[in-house]
Design a protein around this ligand. Structure first.
Ligand code: GLC
Ligand code: GLC
Length: 807
């Protein structure tokens, strides 16, 4: 069952009913000001940091679900409704929400009035624009009132939800010329404020929530829109909000447009007052003036579309498969950008309060956007590397506003260091910017401890070698990529963090996954060293990688698949001898990617075991059999009910590792099948089962042991986005940048037929035409001449190179 459809031409997903199985959301903003909006108008926005600079309030776990957002209400002769359906849930004659690239357009119609709200964050402007278009679709003249509404957050989202003895007394606003200014804490240490204004005379306003809603009422019972008359209330403490009343008259067929702007502004600490107690508002006035006429709003919207045209032009595919085209050309890349912007901070599953930017997460996210905004990838790399410690380990997370490592979480996730190498290698391949390796980057944010980025990578590479266990495999520490495999935790206290509790320090719990990562990512370090002329270091690295491959083959191989780990006692995790959790997905993907067992059949055997034991029509589960009991020696993974999350859920992030591994052994049809299983556009028709947005990946789909098998959770902010983009663009379609040229090595299902990839890299354009045959090993013709191997040398900027791949 579907609840909407893709409009590929417009690059939109069109939701045709408010009654989706879950709020289906979109993101606004691309640089500093961000917002989330659901198809029924729910959501919130913030400046840079979802925790520390939250502009509007949102309540998770609310009833009704997804209540609170930017609401527009119409009172048409006593009939009160909203084009977003919520909060009133008044039935509409027409409803449609179009989620596009950085904007959302919500349209509702009732009783002869059509109201359309376009929400977007203009490029380079710290504001959210709400352009409202009202049309009289009846044959009689209409007079009605329009009310805007949003609720301010008292800036720090966590305090806002906790410190009520203070909060309920500090709220302050100003109202000038119909513009509403939120200035809580501006009197003391904040030099920023928010403004919500509209480019038309207002008939009234409200800034006090109890006046607007009526004490004790829900959003759907809001008193002011029902009364049809604003209270002109001025908040003093309690709950500051912003609402405007506009009285509108429309002839039959007539339309009127209004632009509402919610802006974030900063002043200098020593020049912040216009007069005692009154905000200096030059910035806000300038901002509102920019949107004084509707044509400038249209122009800003056009700029946003241009911005996305440019971004999405660097990798496109044309094929006969619409789902493939729309995922690759539009939605997967879009999700990668959003994930880059947000890391794991703000979604409808992440409150934006708990987590900062993850070291491991951001390094992997980079793989999905480095081709879109390489200069911002560079900046991100430096930020991430600055939170590394001198021994190569790293703060697991940092706060985007301060760029400081998060002390409460600390370090000790022993996979972290390697991801940095992977991210940097992707950046250098994309750009050719080897100079980044000479950039001086601090350790632990301490400039006195700065060293070159290459030196950071050396310490990353050495970390798993220096922290190796009895089998020569890397020690796991608190956890590896699988945050829930906590082999030193031994927690029996409810509520204790599985990730930061370490009740035992035996020093023998080892990870086969980190070993596989070392074999797959280590060669990038060797390649960088060699290209910098350090042959001795390259050889040292290659020797260490060979040794690690041997350690995996000797101690990481179980007979039919790769083992997962050795626990605190040195017992096998992920072997035939275990009762539950016999086979895990991660080492099967990563050890094959690391080249282990490609020659002697182990790789194919491991992938056959994946197919037999882990694959389902909804994706590949993380492990099998699911754990049925809590194991204190394994940690959080066994805390989940069978089939959910890491305990045998389909964790979509690691499915692409198997997809890539399948392409490495040349099994195109399996790789293609695995791709389609989890890719949302192919799941659109089972939206009632999948439940989440059919245009973006979710972190997890419930596995075969769960009663809700096939149901997704945690959409948007997941490494699934970047890894699936890597899998489909670089390995299935087979076009990926390398150090000296563009590799063309397709390995995709025969049903895809002929396709063309257009890839811009280092200023040149490559048009790669392939006829899919379900096999691997194409011969390449470059500008009409056959070449040896599969690397197309980089052409000078500005050139267009025609590549034909044939089997
Ligand atoms: C708050 C504080 C309390 C303090 C009082 C007066 O209630 O919790 O410790 O005495 O304010 O400042
Ligand atoms: C979450 C975390 C990520 C981790 C994954 C698997 O997505 O953000 O860091 O790798 O879970 O546990």
């Amino acid at each position: 069952m579907q609840f909407g459809h893709f409009d590929d031409e417009a690059r939109e997903y069109v939701i045709e009913t408010p009654h989706t199985p879950y709020p289906w959301i979109n993101y606004l903003g691309s640089q500093e000001f961000f917002g989330l909006v659901s198809h029924t108008g729910g959501g919130y926005c913030f400046y840079r940091d979802a925790k520390l600079r939250r502009l509007t309030r949102y309540r998770y776990n609310n009833i009704p679900v997804d209540d609170g957002g930017r609401y527009f209400s119409i009172n048409d002769g006593g009939d009160v409704w909203s084009p977003s359906y919520r909060p009133y849930k008044t039935e509409l004659d027409f409803f449609e929400t179009r989620h596009g690239m950085g904007y959302t357009r919500i349209t509702g119609e009732r009783g002869g009035v059509r109201a359309s709200v376009l929400l977007f964050v203009p490029v380079g402007i710290n504001a959210e624009v709400h352009q409202v278009t009202l049309t009289n679709t009846s044959d009689a003249a209409k007079q009605f009132s329009l009310f805007s509404f949003l609720e301010f957050n008292l800036w720090n989202a966590e305090d806002d939800q906790t410190n009520y003895q203070r909060n309920l007394s500090i709220g302050e606003v100003e109202v000038v010329d119909g513009a509403i200014y939120h200035k809580t804490e501006y009197r003391e240490r904040r030099n920023h404020y928010a403004v919500y204004g509209v480019n038309a005379p207002v008939a009234g306003f409200d800034t006090d929530r109890d006046t607007y809603l009526g004490f004790g009422n829900g959003f759907h019972e809001a008193a002011v829109p029902h009364a049809g008359k604003a209270g002109n209330s001025v908040a003093s403490g309690w709950y500051p909000i912003a609402s405007h009343q506009l009285d509108v008259a429309l002839e039959p067929g007539e339309s009127k447009q209004f632009t509402f702007v919610l802006g974030y502004l900063e002043n200098d600490a020593d020049d912040k007052w216009e007069s005692p107690g009154v905000i200096k508002k030059d910035g806000a006035r300038e901002l509102l003036a920019r949107f004084a006429d509707n044509a400038s709003t249209d122009a800003e919207f056009a700029k946003l579309n241009e911005y996305w045209d440019n971004l999405l032009g660097s990798y496109t595919v044309e094929s006969g498969d619409n789902e493939l085209n729309r995922m690759v050309n539009i939605w997967n890349q879009y999700q990668c950008m959003v994930t880059y912007n947000m890391s794991r901070s703000a979604s409808f599953f992440e409150t934006g309060m708990g987590r900062g930017m993850g070291f491991r997460d951001s390094s992997q996210d980079l793989l999905g956007f480095v081709h879109l905004v390489p200069e911002r990838a560079r900046e991100r790399i430096i930020d991430i590397a600055s939170t590394q410690f001198e021994d190569g380990s790293a703060y697991h997370q940092y706060q985007p506003l301060t760029k400081r490592g998060n002390h409460t979480l600390g370090s000790g996730f022993n996979d972290d260091p390697l991801w940095l190498i992977l991210g940097v290698a992707a950046y250098v391949k994309e750009t050719g910017d080897f100079a980044i390796l000479d950039e001086m980057v601090p350790f632990d944010n301490d400039e006195s401890k700065a060293a070159t980025l290459m030196e950071h990578l050396r310490r990353s590479f050495n970390h798993p070698l220096e922290k190796a266990g009895p089998h020569g495999l890397p020690l796991i520490g608190r956890a590896d990529w699988n945050d829930c495999l906590n082999l030193n935790c031994f927690s029996t206290e409810p509520g204790e963090s599985f990730q930061t509790t370490g009740n035992k320090t035996g020093g023998v719990a080892e990870s086969v996954l980190i070993a596989g990562m070392f074999c797959a990512i280590g060669p990038e370090y060797a390649a960088l060293a060699r290209r910098r002329g350090d042959e001795a270091e390259a050889q040292r690295a290659e020797k260490a990688i060979e040794d690690m491959r041997a350690a995996v083959a000797n101690h990481g191989w179980d007979g039919e698949w790769f083992r997962r780990a050795y626990d605190y006692y040195g017992n096998v995790v992920g072997g035939a001898e275990n009762e539950d959790g016999q086979i895990w997905i991660e080492p099967q993907g990563y050890c094959v990617m690391g080249g282990v067992g490609l020659e002697d059949g182990k790789a194919v055997k491991a992938l056959d075991s994946v197919r037999e034991r882990l694959n389902t029509p909804h994706g590949i589960v993380l492990l099998n059999p699911a754990y049925t009991e809590y194991h204190v020696e394994l940690g959080e993974v066994t805390s989940y009910p069978p089939g959910y999350k890491e305990n045998a859920g389909i964790f979509c992030h690691n499915n692409p590792w198997v997809i890539i591994a399948e392409t490495m052994v040349g099994r195109a049809e399996y790789a293609w099948e695995y791709y389609k299983q989890i890719t949302p556009a192919y799941r659109e028709e089972i939206s009632e089962v999948h439940r989440l947005e059919p245009y973006v990946y979710a972190q997890m789909i419930a596995g075969k042991d769960a009663s809700r098998h096939g149901e997704a959770k945690n959409s948007w902010l997941t490494g699934t986005a970047s890894w699936n983009f890597v899998a489909v663009s670089q390995y299935l379609l087979g076009v990926r940048p390398d150090y000296d040229g563009l590799i063309v090595d397709p390995c995709i299902g025969a049903e895809v037929g002929e396709y063309t990839v257009t890839r811009q890299v280092r200023g040149a354009t490559y048009k790669v035409t392939v006829t899919a045959t379900g096999t691997k090993g194409a011969r390449l013709t470059v500008d009409g001449k056959e070449i040896e191997g599969n690397t197309v040398p980089y052409a000078p900027a500005g050139s267009v190179v025609e590549v034909v791949a044939s089997v």
